[in-house]
Design a protein around this ligand. Structure first.
Ligand code: HAM
Length: 433
C-alpha cells in the first residue's frame, strides 16, 4: 500500500482544485454563453476521452513543445499483453479532435466538420495565479476547409463570447507562421539570427536551435524574449499563398471592426500550427499579459496523424482564467441554482402533502425549493431569506383543510391566500412582471 501523509488524505494534489458550489455559477455562465454562440454558428458537441495514447500528443502537439516535454501527465500502461503504449491525461483538445475525425471517418460527412468540446485538461506546470495543473477549456475546431473565412469565424466567435461575458478590455494578437512551402525559408532565417545570439539564449533555447527554432520565439525567459524581439519577422519570408491568406484574414477583421495587433513574434507553443495563429489576452494591473484564448490553423495535423490531407483551424479558451477575471471585475452573473420560490410547510400533514405542490411547481418550470427536513417556521423563513427568493408558498394545517396556500411576495412584503389549484398560474403571472 502507498505511504499516505495526512495531507494527501485531506488535500487535493497541488494544482488540482475543487470547483465549489459558490463558483459553479461562473463556470455555468461562461459555458451557457459560449455554447449558445457555438451552436448558433453550427458547431456540434464532441466529448473526447480524458485519457489518450501519449504518442498522439507526442506526434500531434510535438515532442519538443513544453506541453509534451515537461508538462504531460503520463499514465503508464499496466503491462497486460494488449496494452502496448503509455497513456497521457489530455493536455489539450485539438489532437484528440483530429484523432476522432480520422477514427470516425468524418471526411465522408459534409465538410467542413465543426466541433466543440468542454472539459478538464491537464498540464504539469508550476501552479500560480491563472495557471493550474487541472484547468477547464472550451474549444472549437473547423476541419475540412482552408478558407480564411474559417479563421475569421473563430476569431469573431471568440470576440463575441468575450463581449457577451462583459470582458472587453482585450487584445487580439495575430501572426502567420507559414505553410509547408515557406517554413523552410522562415526556419533558415530564424536559425541564422538565433545562432548569432546563441550566447544570450537559455539552455532550452540552445537545444531548440537544432530541434525547433520557432519555439525560441515564445520562450518565457526574459533574455530570450528580448532576443526574440529583434528576430527577422516571419512575415518577410511568407510565400505568396500565405501572404494572401493573411491579407484576407486581416481585411475581414477590419471589416468586422475587430481590433488586432499584428505580432511578428507570436508563434504559440504547439507544433501543429501553420499559417494563422492568434491569441486573445488581457493585460492585468501588473502589465502582465494573461492569455485567455488561443488558436490557429493546423493544416497538416490530420495528415501527420495518418489521415487525409485535411486543413483545419480552431481555438480554445480557459474557463478558470475567465472565472478569476469575472470575479476580479465584480461582474454579476446569474445564479442558476437559485430558486425563485420557496415552499414552507408547517405540521406533519403539510409535510406529507407539500411534495405535491413542490413537484407541480417544479414540473411547470418554476424553480422551487423546500426543506422538508426542517420543521420550524423561523428556520424555513431564514432559509427563504438567505436564498433571496421572490415568493414563499406557505402551507399549514389550515391551508390543507381549506385547499389553499399562502403566497408571500418577499419583495413587496405582502401575502395573499390562493386556492391550491390556482397557485401555478398565479405565480406564473406574477413572475412575468
Ligand atoms: P493553449 O493556448 O495551450 O491552446 O490553451 C488555450 C487556453 O487554455 C489558454 O489561452 C488559457 O486560457 C488556457 N490554459 C492553458 N493552460 C492553462 C493552465 N495551466 N491553467 C489555466 N488555464 C490554462 C490550446 O490548448 C490549443 N489546443 C488551442 C487550439 C484549438 N488551437 C487550435 N484549436
Amino acid at each position: 500500500m502507498a505511504q499516505n501523509s495526512k495531507k494527501s488524505l485531506m488535500q487535493a494534489p497541488k494544482g488540482f482544485r475543487d470547483i465549489l458550489p459558490s463558483d459553479q455559477k461562473y463556470y455555468e455562465f461562461i459555458k451557457q454563453i459560449a455554447i449558445k454562440h457555438l451552436r448558433f454558428s453550427g458547431f456540434k458537441r464532441i466529448d473526447l476521452p480524458i485519457l489518450e495514447y501519449a504518442s498522439l500528443f507526442e506526434r500531434g502537439v510535438g515532442e519538443e513543445t513544453d506541453i509534451v516535454r515537461k508538462e504531460m501527465f503520463l499514465v503508464p500502461r499496466k503491462g497486460n499483453a494488449e496494452e502496448k503504449e503509455d497513456y497521457a491525461l489530455r493536455p489539450e483538445g485539438t489532437a484528440g479532435v483530429a484523432r476522432a475525425y480520422i477514427e470516425h471517418g468524418m471526411h465522408t460527412k459534409p465538410q467542413p466538420v465543426m466541433l466543440y468540446y468542454v472539459g478538464p485538461f491537464f498540464r504539469y506546470d508550476q501552479p500560480q495565479e491563472g495557471r493550474y495543473r487541472e484547468f477547464w477549456q472550451i474549444g472549437a475546431e473547423i476541419l475540412g476547409t482552408q478558407k480564411p473565412t474559417a479563421d475569421i469565424e473563430l476569431m469573431r466567435l471568440a470576440w463575441n463570447i468575450f463581449e457577451d461575458l462583459g470582458i472587453t478590455d482585450l487584445s487580439l494578437a495575430i501572426n502567420s507562421i507559414g505553410c509547408d512551402h515557406c517554413r523552410g525559408n522562415i526556419k533558415k532565417s530564424l536559425k541564422e539570427y538565433f545562432e548569432s545570439m546563441r550566447s544570450k539564449l537559455c539552455p532550452d533555447c540552445i537545444r531548440r536551435l537544432d530541434t525547433n527554432v520557432f519555439r525560441i520565439l515564445d520562450c518565457k525567459e526574459p533574455a530570450c524574449k528580448e532576443v526574440a524581439m529583434d528576430a527577422p519577422p516571419i512575415l518577410d519570408n511568407l510565400c505568396v499563398y500565405c501572404k494572401t491568406h493573411l491579407r484576407k484574414v486581416l481585411e475581414m477583421l477590419d471589416e468586422l471592426k475587430i481590433k488586432y495587433d499584428l505580432d511578428p513574434t507570436l508563434a504559440r507553443g504547439l507544433d501543429y500550427y501553420t499559417r494563422t495563429v492568434f491569441e486573445i489576452a488581457q493585460v492585468d494591473d501588473r502589465e502582465r499579459k494573461l492569455s485567455l484564448a488561443g488558436g490557429g490553423r493546423y493544416d497538416m495535423l490530420v495528415k501527420k496523424l495518418g489521415g487525409r490531407d485535411v486543413p483545419a483551424v480552431g481555438f480554445a479558451f480557459g474557463l478558470d482564467r475567465i472565472v478569476d477575471l469575472l470575479k476580479k471585475k465584480e461582474i454579476e452573473v446569474p445564479d442558476y441554482e437559485k430558486p425563485t420560490v420557496f415552499l414552507i410547510q408547517l405540521g406533519e400533514s403539510a409535510k406529507k402533502s407539500c411534495y405535491q405542490t413542490l413537484e407541480k411547481l417544479q414540473n411547470e418550470g418554476i424553480p422551487t425549493q423546500a426543506t422538508p427536513f426542517r420543521d420550524s417556521l423561523k428556520a424555513q423563513l431564514r432559509t427563504a431569506n438567505r436564498l433571496k427568493v421572490r415568493f414563499t408558498v406557505i402551507i399549514g394545517q389550515k391551508e390543507i383543510n381549506d385547499n389553499t396556500a399562502i403566497v408571500r411576495d418577499m419583495k413587496e412584503s405582502v401575502q395573499e391566500i390562493i386556492p391550491k389549484a390556482e397557485i401555478v398560474n398565479f405565480l406564473k403571472e406574477k413572475l412575468k412582471k
